[in-house]
Design a protein around this ligand. Structure first.
Ligand SMILES: NC(=O)C[C@H](N)C(=O)O
Length: 313
């Protein structure tokens, strides 16, 4: 029988009405009692490690979650983390980069309705998550709306729809239908070493979204505030404006800041296909100025990667 660790962090799934609206309240044990068939997937131990709406989750909370997995790693075959859907993909990306040589499934799952509401998606999603956590697949996965997604490619697209989290730029790993996993193509990654947690994060990383009229002073001020990394959400294939006017010359600002050692990574405002910065003048000039293209990574994935990479140096 598989041993599965349930780490509860809060989110809508565990919420109940309060005088200020929905707020986390149910423990993992209470949720397990509402979906008793989850025990069919294996022996489950419950840990209530935090009770947060995921809006309130901070990078220190990723470190806390990763620390729990590190502490309990040898004791379990798989991990299920119940979590709010709002920042679920951030936590997935953080765990993806923080857990090196992970050789077990870590499944992060949320729901759009609370577990006690009529027609809730919580029970279905929990079934999919525990089925995945008791499988032989390796990696960090997000579960939502009948899909099992590689966590690195997960993104919340709908604020209300039950299929709120979707897989971007990658096929979902599997679908969950009638209590069965239907696999798409997914090859387990090669694991070539012992499991290790990179808990250090560089917190001085910011995001800037390119917009018409953006003032380059914003970037210079970030550097003055001690920021070591900036993730730019550029246009289209990775277009960043250059101009004669210094105030509007974002590429010029990037060049100066790169020379000062600030790492600047470029993602796109487009949801699909990533950046292709070798095509247009507005991309090639930015690369010459020192920008690092993020490929197909989402802005969240690129940001967390930068936080982990900068902390390693
Ligand atoms: N559906 C949800 O879980 C949303 C909630 N605000 C959260 O992220 O915690």
């Amino acid at each position: 029988m598989k041993k599965i660790c349930w780490l509860a962090t809060g989110g809508t799934i565990a919420s109940r009405p309060s005088e200020n609206g929905l707020a986390p309240g149910f423990t993992a044990k209470e949720m397990l009692e509402m979906v008793p068939n989850l025990k069919d997937y294996g022996h489950i131990d419950c840990y209530d490690i935090m009770q947060l709406d995921s809006t309130n989750l901070q990078p220190e909370d990723w470190q806390y979650i990763a620390g729990y997995i590190e502490k309990l790693y040898e004791q379990y075959d798989g991990f299920v983390i119940t979590h709010g859907t709002d920042t679920l993909n951030w936590t997935c990306c953080a765990l993806h980069y923080m857990l090196e040589n992970l050789a077990k499934p870590v499944v992060v799952i949320g729901s759009q309705l609370t577990i006690e509401e009529e027609n809730t998606d919580a029970k279905f999603n929990l079934n999919a998550a525990f089925a995945m956590a008791s499988s032989e697949k390796i990696g960090v996965f997000a579960v939502c709306g009948g899909q099992i997604i590689e966590g690195l490619w997960a993104k919340k697209l709908y604020s209300e729809d039950m299929r709120s989290i979707q897989s971007i730029n990658k096929m979902p790993v599997a679908t969950f239908e009638g209590n069965n996993i239907k696999w798409n193509e997914y090859e387990n990654p090669q694991v070539n070493g012992i499991f290790k947690v990179h808990s250090d994060l560089e917190l001085k990383v910011a995001q800037i979204k390119i917009m018409p009229g953006l003032d380059s002073e914003l970037l210079f001020n970030l550097a003055k505030m001690g920021y070591k990394g900036i993730v730019i959400e550029a246009y289209g294939a990775g277009g960043i404006p250059f101009a004669k006017d210094k105030q509007r010359d974002i590429v010029g600002a990037i060049e100066e800041l790169s020379k000062q050692g600030v790492k600047i990574v470029c993602t796109t405002q487009c949801l699909f296909d990533g950046v292709h910065m070798d095509r247009y003048e507005v991309g090639i000039k930015a690369c010459k100025a020192g920008v690092i293209p993020a490929g197909k990574l989402s802005v969240e994935a690129a940001t967390v990667k930068l936080m982990v990479d900068l902390a390693k140096k």
